[in-house]
Design a protein around this ligand. Sequence first.
Ligand code: CA
Length: 239
Amino acid sequence: MNAEEKPYLPAGAKTVLVVEDESSLASTLSYNLRKNGFNVMQASDGVEGLQVARRDNPDVIVLDLMLPRMDGIEVCRRLRADSDVPIIMLTAKSEELDRVVGLEVGADDYLTKPFSMRELMARVRALLRRANVRAPADDAAQIFVGDLTLDARGRTVRRNGAEVPLKPKEFDLLFFLAKNAGQVFNREQLLENVWGYEFFGGSRTVDVHIRWLREKLEASPGSPHHLLTVRGVGYKFVR
Ligand code: CA
């Protein structure tokens, strides 16, 4: 990289990982992101994208859906097992979107090709704002509920002393409900508080995460003791 191409990077510039196999689009994306003050890393297939994401911890990932070696859906799913990094999925097919965003795969947002660079920048910035708002753990607190111990700082849940592995969003949802035990929340409130104001997924996302949590935490998921459905309204956590 010669001096003229070298971007001006303000201190604390955020890093965006672009995973895109179409080299012309990858170049355009990188050029525009750098011009807007971002540090950019690139990967041209899914396997490389996953490796770079895990090794270098980017602040945002722009992830193409159709990729060689491993598609974007699989990359996203694997990242979501242990990471909350904001992910924008690029897709050519609008019918994929329901699956891509939120629920099954865990992307935070999507853009259907073709899209404008201006739109992409707006989405990247929106995701960074949300990540910043959510980043600090709520309290240092631990919450003790029956046989469950929720630790906000370590983001862990123990049941009878044994750690229960939860995905990041499962933990966030559980912690939010437990912290506000006894209070009923509808799905929209939960989406706003746990997923963030600009989340694009549907409210079914909440139902599925509740089901997963019950399966992991309740002695009998079919008749839960902590994560209760309030018919016609939403959910509440009881101690
Ligand atoms: Ca592609």
